[in-house]
Write a protein that binds this ligand. Structure first.
Ligand SMILES: Cc1cc2nc3c(=O)[nH]c(=O)nc-3n(C[C@H](O)[C@H](O)[C@H](O)COP(=O)(O)OP(=O)(O)OC[C@H]3O[C@@H](n4cnc5c(N)ncnc54)[C@H](O)[C@@H]3O)c2cc1C
Length: 388
């Protein structure tokens, strides 16, 4: 156990044991699959069972509830040093898609897609369009009724895993205007006539997971592809985004702790001005601020997992989930900023012992809802007459 572990292992023993177990299980896989293709890394890590949802019943004794357990597994895999892009993709599928789909779909419809839990079928969440992501009611992608089913036209862009996904959860307009019932959600296989995957984007944040575009040209969808009723797209979206804002950044806990440990070791050992670097109060204060950022993030994320395990409906968690996403993403950026300052030039040398990844934490300010807009939404929930 490392020095920072003593300070930061503040959860119940059952939860910490899951973090340790998955860190130890994932470490050899992460080492063996480093640098391999995304899909190989995904399958190796998903094979540990991280996408398998336990039944929603509360766990007994010290055992973590199902959501807490999933979060602990994701944290453990991140701690093992697995590629952050792959861990992000796992967290996105399990929290941003699987849990909300299980909650929204009737039991038989969920059972027909429940095989996604074995990791051989990859999902993507296709909402954003080229002209903007923050305003879903401005979307152009349309599904028009055609007999029993629908015909889909449009394009979704900047979609995580779109170049490799097997199933897409796609939001489309089924009515005109900005009514809250103008959108519907569809789940269907990407390999379908009329669907084209455009070239992946060369992404600077989380480069370990591909991002791309899906173009729909007269795609015929059966009625069974519709999730919930027609017009319930915003309700489905509100569920997927609340889950995502509550827990997606669980993927960052491992990288944050690894960075804190690396920089602590560096500051403890490096000689500077005739003494060790860590004997400077300013260096110590930066390291404490890093620990504070991690402690706060961990407490908030596990707090959200506990609320979801307790069965709190997502509609009552939207403000709290947004605050959690804002806080953890900004703490991730803050922690990375301190680490970069303390690492000096080594932060900018790719094969040094302290390379910094500034893009991935910064991207967290944007995905799952840009923080500026989430702040507006939180203030609106307080009753301020503020619109986006
Ligand atoms: C790593 C990564 C992964 C992603 N994965 C997916 C995915 O899987 N699926 C998907 O659908 N999308 C995905 N996205 C896209 C993401 O959801 C969008 O980037 C996000 O919704 C914001 O949309 P936008 O980039 O068009 O920004 P915009 O909507 O243009 O907003 C940009 C900025 O403009 C400012 N702004 C704009 N309007 C206002 C306003 N009214 N009030 C205050 N500020 C305002 C804010 O500062 C805001 O941050 C991903 C993005 C990233 C970075």
């Amino acid at each position: 156990m490392t020095a920072t572990d003593h300070l930061l292992r503040t959860g119940p023993a059952g939860t910490e044991a899951v973090v340790d177990e998955y860190r130890d299980l994932a470490r050899p896989l992460a080492e063996r699959s480093a640098g391999k293709d995304f899909r190989d890394q995904w399958e190796a890590l998903a094979g540990l069972g991280v996408l398998r949802l336990a039944p929603p019943e509360p766990a007994g004794g010290d055992a973590p509830g199902p959501v807490t357990r999933s979060l602990a597994m994701i944290e453990g895999i991140g701690l093992a040093g697995a590629d952050p892009g792959v861990v992000y993709a796992l967290a996105s599928q399990v929290f941003g898609m699987q849990y909300p789909l299980r909650a929204v779909l009737p039991r038989d419809a969920w059972e027909s897609v429940a095989h996604v839990q074995d990791g051989r079928v990859l999902l993507c969440h296709a909402l954003t369009e080229r002209k903007g992501g923050s305003d879903p009611l401005s979307m152009d992608t349309r599904a028009r009724r055609d007999g029993e089913g629908y015909v889909l036209d449009g394009a979704k862009t900047f979609i995580t895993a779109a170049p490799v996904a097997d199933l897409a959860l796609v939001f489309a307009r089924t009515d005109e205007g900005r009514s809250p019932f103008a959108l519907s959600a569809f789940l269907f296989p990407v390999e379908r006539p009329g669907v084209t995957r455009a070239e992946p984007f060369a992404k600077t944040a989380l480069p370990g997971v591909p991002m791309g575009e899906l173009v729909f040209d007269g795609v015929r969808l059966p009625a069974s592809a519709l999730i919930g009723g027609e017009g319930s797209g915003l309700a489905v979206l509100s569920s997927t985004t609340t889950w995502e804002r509550a827990l997606l950044l669980g993927y960052a806990l491992g990288p944050m702790r690894r960075t804190l440990q690396r920089v602590t070791d560096w500051a403890s050992e490096r000689g500077h001005f005739g003494r060790r670097m860590g004997s400077s109060h300013q260096v110590a204060a930066r390291l404490s601020d890093m620990a504070l950022a991690l402690h706060r993030s961990r407490s908030l994320l596990y707090g959200m997992a506990a609320r979801l395990d307790a069965g709190t409906p997502t509609r009552r968690l939207s403000a709290e989930a947004a605050l959690t996403k804002i806080s953890v993403s900004e703490d991730y950026v803050r922690l990375t900023g301190h680490a970069t300052a303390l690492s000096g030039v080594r932060a900018f040398i790719a094969d040094s012992e302290l390379p910094a990844d500034l893009h991935s934490p910064m991207a967290a300010l944007t995905y799952a809802g840009p923080n500026d807009l989430l702040r507006v939404g939180v203030a609106r929930e307080f009753g301020l007459p503020v619109e986006n």
